[in-house]
Write a protein that binds this ligand. Structure first.
Ligand code: 3ON
Ligand code: FE
Length: 486
């Protein structure tokens, strides 16, 4: 026996793969009820609504999707009012969802490899996109919008979650024009969003929206090379994009062999280009600036801010990406074989045009968040979903808090049978301290195959949960969401 295999025997896992897989079962039912199975007390000052989005269906009439990112968007809405909580979930009634539910079979190819039945001949040269509206949900300018980065938003009724149609912002967006799923809200009351149109040259469009939900600015920038960019960051003066070191070979996709995203390969030896775009023309730096560094692959950033001659950016980096194979099953992921997503801090020096990289923590972590009032500004605390153990890749089972000033870290874990989604930080009204508020997170409990809404004290995760609201069903692992005090 090698030393390595001996070591592995003692590395007891904090989860079983079977438990983890339970969170990837479809939830076809739509519910509407007051939550009455509650442990602890809902903080009386906590008022507002948490919206969550994610794939509600992982199969179409029993035919499994190839990847959870291909699943139809389902919105969950948890409203906190007078110490009570109400739950409702509904599918976004996209054209594709309605058509497939009616046909009872897969009619569209998915970006992440779902194919129509019938092999490559049934899929060859089919470039139609199914807008699945599954990635994020925001309430902005009195509009509830379900977002997916490759198409236009869907507008929903914020109370009933009924789908009202596509949102084109008074014709500023055209049919089929995308609006990414990762808007950033400047605390000055401006929502900034972007869209990537990749090609040999890539166009990055930057939108600004006012508090009425109107697009007030739409500007195009062109950069060289193919881009796959899922998220971005803003500071007071800049929008910052990390152009991942990837190559795109569309041929297998065109031939009906795999999904478009499966044709993206991370090039470990290639550098990441950091694209810094001024938000207005009267910023210190007038033109677009591009810096280079080694950063692996980035889906999500935490935050960014300006400090003297530097821009600081905190991001979640993967050394490489799990390659989704055409015939593989995502539910059989061998976590330990993949590189862990970790928090890094990048110092972009705008005078020297240099980048310094600093690993903040080795733990597997994803879905980072922070206090919305500090977005684009200096900040002290970040929160994220994380693995139970501090090394090796593993499912997200814990909530992690990092004090970026003191380096202190806290962990609240749901292992062995709990699995967490994206945490949302809700500040207490009129709070002074940056971490005075709550973390709300949906936890999948494999013990009873149901989900729970858990409320934590953001100042002290380790004292344990304040409240646990037990749902009557599970919610499949989701992607992003947001909280609105309204
Ligand atoms: O040229 C094309 C341009 C484009 C916009 C390429 C393309 C077809 C791939 C594309 C579309 C991209 C899309 C639709 C991306 C959608 C991404 C998505 C739905 C989710 C991403 C989630 C990211 C992460 C990191 C989730 C992590 C989850 C866990 C760790 C929990 O298990
Ligand atoms: Fe995302």
């Amino acid at each position: 026996q090698t030393l390595e295999t001996q070591d592995n025997q003692f590395l007891e896992k904090s989860y079983t793969i079977k438990d983890w897989q339970g969170g990837y079962e479809s939830l076809p039912e739509e519910y509407d009820y007051w939550i009455d199975d509650i442990e602890g007390e809902i903080p009386p000052e906590l008022a507002g609504t948490l919206f969550r989005n994610g794939a509600g269906l992982l199969d179409i009439n029993g035919e499994r999707l190839h990847h959870p990112f291909d699943g139809d968007g389902m919105i969950s809405r948890i409203t906190f009012i007078n110490g009570r909580a109400h739950f409702r979930n509904r599918f976004v009634q996209t054209a594709g969802y309605l058509a497939e539910q009616k046909a009872k079979k897969i009619l569209y190819r998915g970006v992440f490899g779902t194919q129509k039945p019938g092999g490559w001949l049934a899929n060859i040269f089919d470039f139609k996109l199914k807008n699945i509206a599954n990635t994020n949900v925001i309430y902005w300018g009195k509009k509830l919008l379900a977002l997916w980065e490759a198409a236009e938003p869907y507008l929903l009724n914020p109370h009933t979650l009924e789908t009202l149609g596509n949102e084109y912002f008074n014709g500023v967006l055209s049919k089929g024009e995308a609006f990414s799923a990762h808007p950033r809200i400047d605390p000055n009351g401006i929502l900034v969003n972007f869209v990537i149109k990749p090609g040999l040259l890539t166009t990055i469009t930057i939108f600004e929206l006012n508090t009425k939900g109107e697009i007030t600015s739409k500007k195009n920038h062109t950069v060289s090379g193919f881009c796959f960019i899922h998220d971005f960051v803003i500071t007071e003066n800049y929008c910052i994009f990390f152009q991942n070191p990837v190559n795109f070979n569309p041929i297998p996709f065109a031939l009906g062999i795999c999904g478009a995203a499966e044709c993206i390969k991370v090039e470990k030896n290639q550098t990441t280009k950091i694209i810094i775009i001024p938000r207005t023309t009267n910023t210190p730096m007038e033109k677009v600036k591009i810096l280079e560094t080694k950063a692996g692959f980035i889906f999500h950033h935490v935050n960014a801010f300006e400090l003297e001659n530097e821009i600081i950016v905190d991001s979640i980096c993967y050394e490489s990406l799990m390659e989704v194979e055409p015939n593989s099953d995502y539910r059989k992921t061998d976590f330990e074989k993949n590189s862990p997503p970790q928090i890094w801090r990048f110092h972009l020096n705008l005078l020297k045009n240099q980048v310094q990289n600093q690993l903040i923590d080795t733990r597997t972590t994803e879905f980072p968040t922070m206090h919305p009032r500090h977005l684009g500004k200096p900040y002290r605390y970040l929160y994220s979903a994380a693995a139970h153990k501090s090394t090796l890749n593993a499912p997200l089972q814990a909530i992690f808090k990092v004090d970026l000033e003191s380096g202190k870290k806290q962990l609240w874990s749901t292992a062995p049978r709990g699995f967490v989604g994206e945490p949302i930080f809700v500040p207490r009204a009129h709070s002074q301290q940056e971490d005075d508020g709550w973390i709300i997170v949906v936890v999948y409990n494999a013990e009873n195959h149901r989900s729970e809404i858990v409320i934590l004290d953001a100042q002290n995760l380790e004292k344990g949960r304040i409240t646990k609201l037990r749902l009557k069903h599970h919610i499949p692992y989701g992607l992003h969401g947001s909280f609105t005090p309204e």
